[in-house]
Design a protein around this ligand. Structure first.
Ligand SMILES: [Zn+2]
Ligand SMILES: [Zn+2]
Length: 154
């Protein structure tokens, strides 16, 4: 399957990755207007950040949240690899090079190890069929069933 032109994933039910029911029932979602994939776009009540603003373990996982970042910031965003002083790698989404530079200035222990290739299209693009909203109960059930079917067939 080719990656979705809107949300960049070729697996339209891969997210939410962890505790999908809780996420779908309690958190606002970016519903991809092209493939229907739900991407958590809610702000964490404790830390005040959206999921896409947290560090990710891998570039492919970060890529799953890239479209939520773009929809939130209305900018073309990129996934960047970071390395801590201890040598640990992580991946973060930034809405542009200037945001990355500002982060590195605030976090002198971190170094950028490069932007993940092909992570973003050039320029911000709006997709009119996308929705940002809470799911209805029946939509949650349908999505979870589709997610279970998709993971079973892989
Ligand atoms: Zn969530
Ligand atoms: Zn999509």
């Amino acid at each position: 399957m080719t990656p979705c032109p809107e949300c960049y994933s070729d697996r339209p039910r891969i997210t939410p990755l962890l505790n999908p029911r809780a996420c779908l029932e309690r958190h606002e979602q970016y519903v991809c207007g092209t493939c229907g994939r739900c991407i958590c776009i809610a702000k964490d009540p404790v830390r005040g950040l959206q999921r896409w603003q947290f560090p990710f373990k891998s570039a492919p996982i970060a890529l799953l949240y890239l479209r939520a970042a773009e929809a939130s910031t209305r900018r073309s965003c990129g996934v960047y690899g970071l390395r801590s002083e201890s040598g640990r790698a992580s991946f973060k989404i930034f809405p542009g090079r200037d945001a990355l530079e500002a982060y590195l200035a605030r976090n002198p222990g971190k170094a950028c190890i490069g932007r993940v290739a092909n992570a973003a299209r050039e320029g911000y693009r709006a997709f009119p069929d996308a929705q940002v909203r809470m799911l209805a109960a029946d939509e949650v059930e349908r999505y979870l069933a589709e997610q279970a079917a998709a993971s079973g067939s892989r």
